[in-house]
Design a protein around this ligand. Structure first.
Ligand code: KPL
Length: 315
């Protein structure tokens, strides 16, 4: 099976490295210089819960170097989805599955606009991984990956993807309730990501202070009210307890949004708390805490240049 991972970020590197033990894997990058550096530096290296490993994976910014693919996994930031699938389009043939494991809502629909709904698989993963430096990751915690088909079918490709993931040690299962899967991850991200980005805390710290714990609960409860109004069937009965458990399970992790803020990058806030706000507005559910978190992250993101530096010798 030829697998192309689009986007060598934290998750892309993890999946690429693990899958390369069981399949032919390529990395497709939008940045040709970074792709060259990845090849020159012998691929991807990782430390953490899956042990220390290195994976020599070919990387390129030119899809024509690859030919075609059996599986394309989109691992870019949500705001790069359109560019990523346009770049990868020539790899997608009649039987190619295109899987999105990105955060937030709307990625699968953007992909389907470019390659058609039939080939699109959607999923969500609870793997916690940090990009320490280019192509070097820390695998902080393992977690289940749930996949499904955008139109609710079970094409052969879905079973094949589950099989190759499981063989590579990436625990995966198929769900017919894919909207529930996406919304469940959205609720988790809405509770954790923005709050860690604003406070600069690791996931595990959020439940240790009553102040952040209260905000987490409020953000989660708002998101759940929106989901219920939209008749989404979440994967857990007690969402607050679930999100607190994710904080514990990924206690040492720097959330993807905090990683973005620390690197002074654009965040995925528009696709997470921003999505809750849009869906809340269209269903008449007030979401004041999500709105405040959204505004705060937007303020941080738009003012990296204006940050007051830490004093050299604080007294
Ligand atoms: O998905 C995550 C993220 O950081 O984006 C969680 C589950 C919060 C793990 O850090």
């Amino acid at each position: 099976m030829r697998i192309v991972i689009v986007g060598p970020g934290a998750l892309g590197c993890l999946l690429g490295g693990l899958l390369s033990k069981k399949a032919e894997v390529w990395l497709l990058d939008r940045d040709p210089q970074r792709a060259e550096r990845i090849i020159r530096n012998q691929g991807i290296s990782s430390q953490g819960v899956s042990g220390s490993w290195q994976a020599k994976i070919p990387a390129t910014a030119r899809p024509e170097d690859i030919g075609d693919a059996d599986l394309v996994v989109i691992c870019t930031k949500a705001y790069h989805t359109k560019d990523a699938i346009v770049q990868a389009k020539s790899l997608v043939k009649k039987n190619t599955a295109v899987l999105t494991l990105q955060n937030g809502l709307g990625n699968a629909e953007v992909i389907a606009e470019v390659v058609g709904e039939t080939n699109v698989l959607v999923g969500s993963t609870q793997q916690a991984v940090t990009l320490l430096r280019e192509a070097h990751i820390e695998h902080v915690a393992k977690g289940e990956t749930v996949i499904g088909h955008l139109a609710g079918k079970v094409p052969v490709s879905l079973r094949q993807v589950r099989e190759v993931f499981n063989k590579a040690g990436i625990e995966a299962r198929i769900s017919m309730n894919i909207q529930g899967v996406l919304w469940s991850k959205l609720v988790i991200n809405a509770g954790i990501n923005a709050l860690t980005a604003v406070t600069r805390l690791r996931n595990g710290e959020l439940t240790r202070s009553e102040h952040t714990a209260q905000l987490l609960r409020a953000a989660v409860n708002e998101a759940v009210r929106v989901a219920k109004r939209k008749r989404i069937k979440l994967l857990f009965d007690d969402p607050v307890t679930k999100v607190e458990a994710v904080c514990e399970a990924t206690a040492a992790n720097v959330s993807s949004m905090l990683q973005d803020v620390l690197a002074r990058r654009q965040t995925e806030i528009d696709f997470i708390n921003g999505a809750i706000i849009r869906q809340g507005n269209s269903s008449g559910i007030p979401v004041p805490v999500n709105t405040t978190l959204y505004q705060l992250v937007k303020a941080v993101e738009s003012s990296y240049q204006q940050e007051v530096p830490r004093p050299q010798n604080p007294s």
